[in-house]
Design a binder for this molecule. Structure first.
Ligand code: DGJ
Length: 714
């Protein structure tokens, strides 16, 4: 069992891998967090020795205590993990421990994405019930700890066991007090086409916040935040990280209190969320994944990658090698006919590409982005033989077929809008804010969900489709649902997410053989919530190989390479070969008009495709480590090592070469030190030497790259 209860000191010890997470039931019944870090014998902790030491102060005791579930109104002054306004109108919540229950395995979260186990031995769980005696609010904190890695998940279940309604105003899935304030905070900041840039800065004084109010996790921030010791590198140092398994608005914060301790928290964004809880009703928060490592930032990422690849992503595609694809978007945008598609497909097939993806523009009357979202029937002006006709012709060339949808959207110029003008998010009497000429369907409404499930299913059943790109190209405005009572309007954003998850669950379950890729104007919803339904994500609309190095590097902090779509396109001054090396860092594909490529590029593409087919088991299922950061220098490097350490792929990129650029010397972690490796030229290397002394590479001119493949011979 990786969860132990020590009754002598009321300690609950969650332990897995080399990690301890120690909770304590205080004498007044509140739940404290004593420790999160490298394994300790928690049974020897004496909470009275340090947790209550700071009792006397102007602020009183409560603000100085390491609460696990901080609440409002009894002397704690930070962002509450549990915020509730009761029927009398006050926000006071006083939670007291009632009981706990430890069990093997991990239960699913009803209607929400979550990590899972396949065997009960993989993780243990504990549910700790606390109650506010006056109002009858019951909060169950649900934790699981993975035995091998020590990754911990937490979600909160609110239950109104009282006689009067109450309103949830704050719900932080993670809220962890850490000792001291000497930390750097790391988060992934961005914009459309510049997603997940790594930001690292001392946490400082006060509160450091990241958030989305957009109704999507968003381009601007990712629901990921880490604290680390200031000297932490990619390979050394302690890191505490949280990532919320959720695709909507969120709040993450690192708060340094006046006792010089730091609280790391993440949850639903209280600025755009509240939830009315009638007597007898319950509400479950999304899950937070909490990862600790003292093996630096790569150590943290390895735990996230392993968990997400194997116990977040589901379905038939989880463990399969992903196909090499050609996507039509950057090749033709909306301007195509069947002839043009077949021209591209012919070259794709001849080059060895496996999947042809027809992007936007195949439905309604969509010749540009002003119309037709919602009209999911084929445009016979462009495809006279229908979808089935073009699919079969492309399949006859030996390619699989994929199709683009944007199911959450509606164009004001569409048949669907004419039939159901009230089906979009809007506030009656106000203008409906358009972005990219489109409005958002109100997925919080059951009939809208049912309609989309049906109409998308009908298209998918109408032709042998192997892949779906599920796009979403604008953020929410007027988050108001026409049929909801005023006191429940602040539930709309979250209810939308629950509706979206229901739709995705239904459709992916109906078509288990289809490979789904999510997308949101590129990487505007690259989060663990989406990965639960769709095993890969279009990483960014920015396909410039050099800028992609930054984007893929940042994305890899939490997300494994197998989840990142990465395509070779025309957008860059880097060579075709270098663009290929960058795209090999994710799920490989092309996004250009193959029928217009030069013969030289075609030949390079042919070689790239062969190489990717030989290497993708390694890039998709191997251990990925970051070695040189584009955020810190002009050379970038990362590597993939197979789980058995027999195969290594080192990818190195020179973005900018200065005059007299020194030779690169790169250490390769995670190899077998006792083995001998050989490269493709037959040079032999000792494992320990590669790990400790490194490999020398001469990449001395700008925009060059190398992919070095090593194989263990002894
Ligand atoms: C945004 C996506 O990120 C692109 O790849 C493309 O699918 C367009 N939408 C199509 O409208």
């Amino acid at each position: 069992m990786s969860i132990t209860y020590h009754s002598q000191n009321q300690i609950l010890h969650l332990h897995g891998g080399n990690v301890s997470y120690v909770l304590h039931v205080a004498p007044d019944g509140s739940l404290m967090n004593l420790y999160w870090g490298r394994t300790i014998p928690a049974e020897h902790m004496d909470p009275s020795l340090w947790a209550y030491r700071s009792a006397a102060s102007f602020d009183g005791r409560i603000n100085r205590l390491p609460h696990e579930l901080p609440t409002c109104g009894t002397g704690w002054y930070g962002t509450p993990a549990v915020g509730v306004t009761n029927a009398h109108g006050d926000d006071v919540v006083c939670l007291q421990y009632v009981s706990h229950n430890i069990y093997p395995g991990k239960k699913p979260l009803d209607g929400l994405p979550a990590t899972y186990v396949e065997d009960d031995a993989e993780a243990d769980s504990i549910e700790i019930i606390l109650r506010d005696p006056l109002t009858g609010l019951e909060v169950t904190a649900v934790y699981s700890v993975y035995a091998e890695t020590g990754a911990i998940t937490r979600s909160l279940r609110f239950h109104n066991a009282g006689a009067e309604p109450m309103t949830i105003t704050g719900a932080m899935a993670a809220s962890v007090p850490l000792h001291g304030q000497d930390y750097d905070v790391i988060h992934l900041k961005g914009a459309h086409s510049r997603e997940r840039m790594v930001v690292r800065t001392p946490v400082g004084e006060g509160e450091y916040r990241i958030f989305s109010q957009r109704g999507a996790s968003g381009h601007e921030e990712n629901p990921f935040m880490a604290l680390c010791e200031p000297g932490t590198t990619e390979h050394l140092g302690q890191v505490w990280a949280v990532n919320q398994v959720y695709s909507g608005s969120f709040l993450g914060a690192a708060f340094v209190d006046n006792n010089q301790n730091t609280r790391l928290s993440m949850g639903l964004n209280p600025d755009v969320f509240s939830w009315l809880l009638e007597p007898g009703e319950a509400f479950t928060t999304p899950e937070a994944v909490m990862v600790w490592s003292d093996a630096g930032l790569n150590g943290m990422s390895h735990i996230f990658h392993d968990l997400y690849r194997s116990r977040l992503v589901r379905g038939n595609w989880r463990d399969r090698e992903r196909p090499i694809l050609i996507n039509t978007w950057e090749a033709v945008h909306f301007d195509f006919n069947e002839e043009k598609l077949l021209d591209i497909a012919r070259v794709a097939s001849e080059l060895g590409i496996e999947l042809f993806v027809l992007d936007d523009g195949w439905f309604g009357k969509r010749d540009d982005d002003t119309t037709s979202l919602g009209d999911w029937f084929v445009d016979r002006r462009k495809l006279p033989d229908g979808l089935d006709g073009v699919v079969r012709k492309i399949k006859d060339m030996g390619l699989q077929f994929g199709l683009w949808f944007e199911p959450e959207m509606i164009s004001p110029i569409s048949e669907l809008y004419q039939a159901h003008p009230d089906w979009c998010l809007h506030v009656p009497g106000r203008a409906r804010t358009e972005r990219r000429n489109q409005l958002i369907l109100d997925f919080s409404r059951r009939e809208v969900q049912d309609y989309i499930i049906q109409v998308v299913s009908d298209v998918l059943a109408s032709a042998p489709i192997d892949y779906v790109k599920w796009d979403m190209n604008r953020n929410m405005t007027e988050f108001f649902s026409a049929q909801r009572a005023p006191q429940r309007q602040r539930e709309t954003q979250h209810r939308y997410m629950l509706g979206l998850y229901r739709v995705m669950e239904e459709i992916t379950a109906r078509f288990p053989e289809i490979l789904f890729e999510s997308c949101a104007g590129g990487g505007g919803r690259f989060d663990p919530g989406m990965l639960f339904y769709m095993p890969q994500v279009w990483t960014s609309d920015n396909t410039n190989a050099i800028e992609r190095l930054f984007i893929q590097y940042g994305t890899s902090f939490a997300y494994p390479a197998i989840t990142m779509g990465a395509h070779v396109s025309k957008k860059t001054s880097a060579s075709f070969a270098m663009r290929g090396h960058v795209a090999m860092g994710g799920n490989f594909g092309y996004e250009l008009d193959l029928s217009r490529m030069s013969e030289a590029d075609r030949e390079t593409a042919r070689q790239q495709i062969q190489q990717v087919k030989q290497l993708r088991h390694l890039t998709q299922h191997g251990v990925f480590s970051r070695l040189l950061s584009p955020f810190e220098g002009s050379a970038v490097a990362w590597q993939f090592v197979s789980q058995d350490k027999r195969e290594v792929l080192l990818c190195v990129y020179r973005i900018l070469a200065h005059d007299q650029e020194p030779t690169l010397r790169i250490k390769l972690p995670g190899l077998d030190p006792d083995a001998v490796y050989t490269d493709e030229l037959g040079n032999r290397y000792n494992g320990a030497v590669l790990m400790q002394s490194g490999i020398w590479l001469n990449l001395s001119s700008s925009l060059t790259s190398a992919a070095v493949r090593l194989t263990r011979v002894m």
